[in-house]
Ligand binder design. Sequence first.
Ligand code: PEP
Ligand code: CO
Length: 462
Amino acid sequence: MPHPDRNLHSVNLPADWSPASWRARAAAQQPVYEDATELAAVQQELRALPPLVTSWEIFALKKQLAEAQEGKRFLLQGGDCAENFAECTADVISNRLKVLLQMSLVLVHGLRLPVVRVGRFAGQYAKPRSADGETRDGVTLPAYRGDIVNAPAFDAVSRRPDPRRMVKAHARSAMTMNFVRSLIDGGFADLHHPEYWDLGWVSHSPLADDYHRMVGSIGDAVRFMETLSGAEVYNLNRVDFYTSHEALLLPYEEAQTRQVPRQWGWFNLSTHLPWIGMRTAALDGAHVEYFRGIRNPVGLKIGPSVTPDQLLRLVDALSPDDEPGRLTLIHRMGAANIAEKLPPLLEALRRDGRRVLWVCDPMHGNTETTGNGYKTRRFGNIRSELEQAFELHAAAGTRLGGVHLELTGEDVTECTGGARDLTETDLERAYRSTVDPRLNYEQALETAMLIVRKQAQIAAPV
Ligand code: PEP
Ligand code: CO
């Protein structure tokens, strides 16, 4: 029986679903908790805590994503590969926000479209791993699965999956969200003052002149509009910012799944936009089962092994009503694979008339290990995958509506290349990630600039 949804669309609520129905399916990438009673007590505690987001914010984001699907907005989704408890600090949070605001400024100005800003933060604490265990010198311990599960140090106590960490992750997420909200409400994102977002590097960066010229022309445009209207342009004082994380650790996500007054269905109230990682996207797996029942907009990562038929079935499972804004497909094929793997998927969905938002993650298909043992990504490959994505979508008659990036506001050296042409030796200087290599602020801004250039080239081919 379809229920009228006063916000957007008619959706069928799955009758055979509950926040715990994933338990009947195979759940990949879950830790083994020793004490089921302790786990259940933690879940009970989490259920009673206030939610981190509200259903009306979730619907507001869904509406923006629906507009992005129609080509009226561009999605910028970015942040750390993994947050950790120690880096829940004012500097790390505000620097990351500064980079995302600077990038969105470049995108708004260059694409002439409003940007949907979604952070990979306030909950990005769980990580999929290639093996359940890790062996060093003949000793095998559980793999580090992110701070929400265990700690990275290689000893039995640190690596024991501890359910109490979920409560700490919830608290850290709330603190992060609270600080971001206060900064934005306090005027930090005010377009009249883009100098608040400077990170110190701007005076010596090869990109500084381009960026400052653009900020200057935006300032002129704002002043011009204000002169014309005789009033301040108030809606430039603040922007919307939404949150997202990989909803990997299902006992945590289940405990955050709630009903709210005057709305149909269930919401994951720990984040606005949860996504399914590539390694947990099995059609008959626990993650797809969990995601199909929540009303949030959802993301799905797709890698080079997905076939058009599998993708169509995943889209049917996750977005059976073709609801606007519901499904974002994040492809991460790798620069070497995208030209071969992406077009058949685009064609299958286009032929079927399915409504999705296509987003490119140019990071996760381009990870490699250097001769000196660092996990890195070459900026040239990231750039190549992104540029190819724009071209392949244009050729298929679909639209690339956003990017998904791993970045930080800190001055790290984790990815090679970029305007400063970082080398493998530079990686030794400031490699800080315990998981995937991130773009530093300069490489992130350069990425925003290359998106603008590429989009302009696609729109007006020479
Ligand atoms: C990630 O986004 O950090 C991640 C693990 O990506 P993927 O699921 O695409 O491998
Ligand atoms: Co990652």
